[in-house]
Design a protein around this ligand. Sequence first.
Ligand SMILES: [Zn+2]
Length: 234
Amino acid sequence: MPKRLERASLGIPEHPFGQDGRGLPYGELGEITGAILANRSAILGELALGFVRKRFGHLLEQEFCACPQCDKQLRSRARHPRKLETLIGSFPLERPYFYCTACEHGFYPLDEALGLASSAKQYDIQALEAWLGSEMPFETASEAYQRCTGNPMSTHHLHDCANRIGESLGVLDVCPTKVEVEARIARLALGKHRRPVMMMGIDGAHAPLAPNHPLARPNGAKGTTRRSKASESI
Ligand SMILES: [Zn+2]
């Protein structure tokens, strides 16, 4: 059987990592693991949905629910579908929707029970995005994410996610504490005649800049791919 046909009959794609030249030759085992990685999202997504069905089946089929604000008994209006993307895989979720006319409050009990993010990409993805985006340039972070998970991730999404999570953090939140700084200074000063000088560098963080500074841009300006990371040196 021709190799190409053999692969097709086994469901192994010719380019498990896509046709962008990254389908590396890792031998037969590499082809099998590459094929699994390429289909991992669908396989594990189905598995995750199975766990949701088993544990929260009553909320998937829920017909009546009390309004969380006024306790009025409500009947499900419809079942609305949405797509969930998680670190292990993606799957569709169709769940009942409830609406209280007295409170004008609409809600999905299953979404609340599962602790879902409002966006398709769930918190486990967002946490990894934030970490990758703060540790390396967004272009590298995007490639690292795709290589490790088998799923694409745009630099634009990484940038927005890292910024959104870091929005509430100030420079002092990501700096070492006073105790940690003093311990570091004491360690470096040990056996030295002169006291060390501490300097803090802010690497691409969105710290306030003077309005006429060449790096200052209006809020929400596109095109910046600077890292949001504070680092210090002594
Ligand atoms: Zn109500």
